[in-house]
Ligand binder design. Structure first.
Ligand code: FMN
Length: 269
């Protein structure tokens, strides 16, 4: 990232920047010293802006950004554990959707939140392609079906259902959101999975149905079908779909309880 500056007239030597920086850019010899930037700062800064977020007095600029570029938040607005536990437990893979379209603004509002999900090296490599018209979802399903046919007999039932007029790939969802990256991403699959799952949880909080679209992801990455799906989504050849989520208003399915999960397996070492 670009240049970092510390304004000594504002700095109160609290050392927060030293503790927060992942790249160990802020240094000092004793707690009485002002922090200074290491000479490798410009090369190693990952642009996470944690220094701006922790500085209590706005003494730092990083890559031309200031404290004013970072959103304030109140600890009291962060959900407590029980609320997060309920969100995590109640999130379900929904496979029944109503015909009602998802409001585009709602999808954009959720994707705006997903920007805050962590990414390796703060690379922020995830971009989105979104379809919010059932006819288009069916066209994408048709491309996914073409891939599924190459997987026979493993996917014979899916293909048969598709050929009978069913939608085994998107389960009638009116909206599909695909996460993609280009070849510059350092850890694309991991970053995209975190992003898609964050979107999944947002959808639950919005009382929308959602479900990972695994068959579509396989099809979008398979050598037989990647080009056709990329073209359909408007992606370049150097871009790859890494994740996909169905979205929609929940149809007639109504869960009465949380599905069974075995006890957690943890080995303390
Ligand atoms: C990477 C991934 C891919 C998935 N792909 C599909 C899919 O293509 N179709 C589907 O109906 N469910 C899919 N699922 C949903 C899983 O079947 C589901 O998460 C699992 O059965 C547990 O149910 P739950 O999500 O309601 O807790 C996928 C889930 C993940 C994490």
């Amino acid at each position: 990232m670009a240049k970092i500056t510390i304004d000594k007239y504002l700095c109160v030597k609290c050392g927060q920047c030293i503790m927060a920086c992942p790249a160990r850019i802020f240094q000092r010899k004793t707690p009485n010293d002002y922090p200074v930037c290491a000479d490798y700062a410009d090369e190693t800064c990952i642009g996470c802006t944690h220094c701006l977020s922790v500085c209590p007095v706005g003494a730092i600029t990083a890559g031309g950004r200031t404290t004013a570029d970072c959103v304030s938040f109140a600890d009291s607005s962060v959900p407590r554990f029980e609320q997060i536990a309920n969100l995590a437990r109640s999130r379900r893979s929904i496979r029944s959707y109503s015909d009602r379209a998802v409001e585009t603004g709602t999808v954009e509002q959720m994707l705006d939140v997903v920007r805050y999900a962590p990414t390796a090296h703060n690379g922020l490599p995830v971009k989105w392609a979104a379809l919010n018209v059932r006819k288009k979802v069916l066209e994408l399903a048709a491309l996914t079906a073409e891939w599924a046919k190459t997987q026979l007999p493993k996917s014979a039932l899916l293909v048969a259902e598709w050929e009978r007029g069913g939608d085994p790939f998107f389960r009638g969802a009116p909206c599909v959101v695909a996460a993609y990256t280009d070849e510059t991403a350092t850890w694309p699959a991991m970053d995209a999975a975190i992003a898609v799952e964050t979107l999944d949880l947002c959808a639950t909080a919005k009382r929308l149905g959602s479900c990972w679209a695994g068959y579509f992801i396989h099809a979008a990455q398979a050598k037989e079908s990647k080009k056709a799906i990329n073209d359909f989504l408007g992606l370049k050849d150097n871009e790859t779909v890494q994740g996909g989520l169905m979205l929609g208003h929940i149809g007639t399915v109504a869960y009465q309880r949380i599905p069974y999960r075995p006890e957690v397996s943890v080995r303390w070492v």
